[in-house]
Design a protein around this ligand. Structure first.
Ligand code: FES
Length: 158
């Protein structure tokens, strides 16, 4: 279900809170589990709920509220494009069109080879770097014009 290493990371997150408040670590636990497994299956969410001694529905509420959590399988590389105002003014619409064309998918879809998933995202707090994209929730890509998108996708496709 989750590796010993993942479980140790979750327990380290739990230890940051007072005794009996282990459910405060639920967001960290979900992020750790998703990093390891790629997405949050119902079984994985149930496991986290049991581990943190909280109702499974409360874990699902968190997982389905925040856009960085995936409750269905995604591709190896999840590209999230910021579609908020500053990025829109900085070329996000053009970047989105180009990405969709290059990958042959729309937002919310995964390429048939399971390599890329494309998602819309909310402001990442790096508006001056527009247009901005995130790779697998962690790696930020700035000033993503056509040329940079080409280079980036080529690197990821190797
Ligand atoms: S609007 Fe895109 S990072 Fe802020």
């Amino acid at each position: 279900m989750i590796s010993d290493k993942g479980l140790r990371e979750i327990d380290r997150a739990v230890a940051k809170y007072p005794a009996g408040r282990q459910k405060s670590a639920v967001m960290a636990a979900l992020a750790i589990a998703q990093c390891e497994q790629g997405w949050l299956s119902p079984e994985l969410m149930q496991f986290i709920a049991n581990h943190l001694k909280m109702p499974a529905i409360a874990v699902q509420e968190i997982a389905t509220f925040y856009t960085m959590y995936e409750t269905a399988p995604v591709g190896q590389y999840k590209i999230t494009l910021c579609t908020n105002l500053s990025c829109q003014l900085g070329g996000a619409e053009e970047a989105a069109k180009y990405l969709k064309q290059k990958l042959g998918i729309n937002f919310g879809e995964t390429t048939p080879d399971g390599k890329f998933t494309l998602k819309k995202g909310e402001c990442f707090g790096a508006c001056g770097d527009a247009p901005v994209m995130l790779l697998n929730n962690h790696q930020m890509q700035s000033f993503m014009n056509r040329e940079k998108i080409d280079q980036w996708l080529e690197e990821l496709s190797k």
